[in-house]
Design a protein around this ligand. Structure first.
Ligand SMILES: Cc1ncc(C[n+]2csc(CCOP(=O)(O)OP(=O)(O)O)c2C)c(N)n1
Length: 331
């Protein structure tokens, strides 16, 4: 991969996350003018603008490292990449943020500035030439039933006009790695943060309450268990094509990817992850929803026109192999 170098002092990399589609429309024209490579999370909703597609860089953490950026423009929410957190200890990398929240998202003070999102249109851009990085992508096809590959299958199964809500934990990270331009007019939303698994199903139902097209929630099993009462409201909702996809990997598997926890004895990790062997079929029955366990990507299509719980149990060995092949760069 080539470095994302510029010929002058302008921004050499854009990091984008968490933009409402109305905001992403405002941001898009500025980014086209800038012309710098963009590493966008799904929730940045920048895929909605074809003129930006040549600038969107895939490959997640690997691509971010290879860019060797020294002057970063961050737009929207605080990015979820490990790369972003590591910027904390790299004061030589300048970070300029434009965001609806007044927080820099970094604790360091040197070389960090934060502006309101509205001020982005006042940005004076100097003309630059960028070498776009070569495409870099994990080998999803080699591990088709791994958790990240399931995100790619789900992405491909989304019909045009879908609204997609991503859960707090691994689904957000894995989706961003699997992200490609989806079908037309698909909008992404997410919950993240220290209390992020609280009320995920309820939040999703609130976001899509009046959307009459397809509405998809992708969340982890513990997050689902945390909000089992949420579907009570469904019968009062206009939105009927609700697809609640539970990635059942048997616990809070994000903790198996945290470097400081990986070397603990298995017994301790079992407790931290809250491992279990529960099925979500009785959950669907409780609320009178359709239920489907998807064991192949083909089972993500021909869904009922009514609410459905789709349970996916990724192949744990394939998931391990996937991450090993991708060199564990997200740890
Ligand atoms: C209310 C609340 N309690 C605890 C946490 C800490 N936490 C973050 S991720 C996570 C586990 C989530 O497990 P799961 O939904 O199964 O997703 P996975 O990690 O397997 O992707 C927990 C407990 C949180 N984010 N919110």
């Amino acid at each position: 991969m080539k470095a994302c170098v510029t010929t002058d002092t302008s921004f050499d990399l854009v990091l984008a996350a968490g933009l409402h589609p109305d905001d992403s429309a405002r941001v898009a024209s500025v980014l086209v003018k800038l012309g710098a490579p963009i590493v966008a999370e799904a929730t940045a909703n920048l895929h909605l603008f074809p003129e930006l597609h040549p600038l969107l860089v895939q490959g997640g953490e690997q691509a971010l490292k290879a860019c060797q950026a020294t002057n970063i423009l961050r737009i929207g929410a605080v990015p979820s990449w490990r790369f972003w957190r590591d910027l904390e200890n790299r004061p030589e990398v300048a970070v300029t943020s434009y965001s609806r929240a007044p927080f820099p998202g970094l604790a360091r003070k040197e070389n960090v500035t934060t502006h309101p999102l509205e001020a982005l249109s006042d940005l004076k851009l100097t003309s630059s030439t960028f070498s776009q990085p070569n495409a870099i992508s994990p080998d999803f096809e080699a591990f088709p039933l791994s958790e990240p590959a399931w995100m790619r299958h789900l992405l491909k199964a989304l019909p045009a006009g879908s609204r997609v809500f991503l859960g707090n934990s691994l689904p957000i990270r894995e989706w961003n790695l699997a992200m490609q331009v989806p079908a037309e007019n698909v909008h992404f939303y997410a919950n993240r943060g220290a209390n992020g698994i609280d009320g995920l199903i309820s939040t999703f139902l609130g976001v899509v309450a009046s959307h009459t097209g397809e509405s998809w929630l992708i969340l982890g099993d513990l997050s689902a268990l945390y909000d089992l009462a949420a579907p009570w409201i469904i019968e009062q909702m206009e939105s009927r094509k609700l697809r609640i996809v539970i990635i059942n990997n048997g616990g809070g598997k994000i903790f198996s990817r945290v470097a400081s926890l990986r070397d603990l004895p298995d017994k301790a990790r079992e407790v931290i992850e809250n491992r279990h062997a529960m099925s979500f079929e009785p959950f669907a029955q409780l609320w009178g929803m359709h239920y489907r366990i998807a064991s192949a990507p083909s089972e993500l299509t021909e869904l009922p026109a009514e609410p459905v719980i789709i349970e996916i149990r990724p192949d744990a060995a394939q998931t391990e192999s996937f991450w090993a092949a991708w060199q564990g760069v997200t740890r």
